[in-house]
Write a protein that binds this ligand. Structure first.
Ligand code: UTP
Length: 313
């Protein structure tokens, strides 16, 4: 998933083109492609790579890949780009905004838009043609994302479930992460903003947090499940963002701070469509180094250190 706006990071251009500051100055896209190619070599296959972009960054993303010769991949043969959907943005009074092109201002529909985008753009069909049965979905901003994991796939097959997700142990009950849970008997993720304090702190007989498996946007799905999830609408969550628009006098307004709501679907809101899901707890320092903020936690600095330690570079 590489369609996000990366507002917190503040990088101009697609987030995948961001250089986290390694000596090699490789972009996030290149770091991910390195790991895919290494795994492909290990198993003697070329692992097909599907990249979700947004209307806003699709052109820049493809140009970037083109400039880097698709990192050894072949476009439309084993690397594919597809655009996620968009939803209209509204101002604080609920009025639809007009963008600089004179059309209704729209923004990417959130990472939950991936299922519908995969189906609508013919990607699941393409996957079937390629003989793909399982699809790993992860975020471009996790430079340690392990896209190829036979253990995760093995667990899903052994447990006869159509999806498997990875978790890391919540650092403390207050950590601002969503955690895996069951909702009305179905797999789900409860956001840190929604979990009651007593549930967040509850421990089991071993002294571990009952709701302590953080969802890290690393999930594996059977293609049938993706197609099923892609045919059902998801709820929208609103986010207050900065949006340039044309005012009623036809003047372009570039706001200094957030001024409009965008609507986003969340990937995990579709988990309720699954009968069950296997969860594999992994080590944070081995698989989770997200680049979210310009500085502080989950920043290029923290991701770079984790990457260097893991790869010994
Ligand atoms: P985030 O939720 O961190 O969003 O995305 P973001 O857009 O990158 O950053 P902020 O919130 O604006 O600062 C997690 C992953 O989901 C992808 C992102 O590219 C990232 O890999 N994503 C997010 C999409 O592909 N599309 C979206 O609409 C939103």
């Amino acid at each position: 998933m590489a369609g996000g706006q990366g507002t917190r990071l503040g990088h101009k251009g697609p987030k995948g083109t961001f250089d986290i500051g390694l000596d090699s100055h490789k972009s996030l896209f290149e770091l991910l492609s390195d790991s895919l190619k290494e795994q492909g070599k290990k198993y003697g296959v070329v692992i097909p790579w599907f990249i979700m972009t947004s209307k806003e960054n699709n052109k820049d993303t493809i140009e970037f890949f083109d400039k880097h010769r698709f990192f050894g991949y072949e476009k439309d043969k084993n690397i594919f780009f597809f655009e996620q959907g968009e939803l209209p943005m509204v101002d604080t009074e609920g009025k639809i905004l007009i963008g600089e092109d004179g059309l209704i201002k729209e923004a990417a529909d959130g990472h939950g838009g991936i299922y519908e985008a995969l189906v609508k753009n013919g990607m699941t069909k393409k996957m079937r043609e390629l003989g793909v049965e399982w699809l790993f979905i992860g975020g471009v901003d996790n430079c340690l994302v392990k896209m190829v994991d036979p253990i995760l796939m093995g667990i899903a097959i052994q447990k006869q479930v159509s999806a498997a997700g990875k978790s890391v142990v919540k650092a403390n009950p207050q950590e601002k992460v969503g955690v895996f849970c069951r909702k009305n008997g179905r797999p789900s993720v409860v956001e840190y903003t929604e979990i009651p304090k007593d549930m967040a702190q509850a421990i089991d007989e071993r002294g571990e947090l009952i709701y302590g498996e953080s969802h890290i946007l690393c999930n594996l799905f059977n293609i049938d499940a993706v197609e099923r999830m892609g045919s059902k609408p998801l709820p929208y969550h609103s986010a207050f963002k900065k949006a340039t628009y044309i005012d009623k006098n036809g003047k372009t307004v570039v706001p200094d701070g957030p001024n409009a709501y965008k609507f986003e679907a969340f990937l995990f809101d579709a988990f309720g469509e699954l009968d069950d899901m296997a969860i594999l707890r992994v080590k944070r320092e081995e698989e989770f180094a997200p680049v979210k903020n310009a500085s502080g936690v989950d920043s290029p600095e923290t991701a770079r250190e984790l990457y260097k330690k893991f790869y010994n570079v």
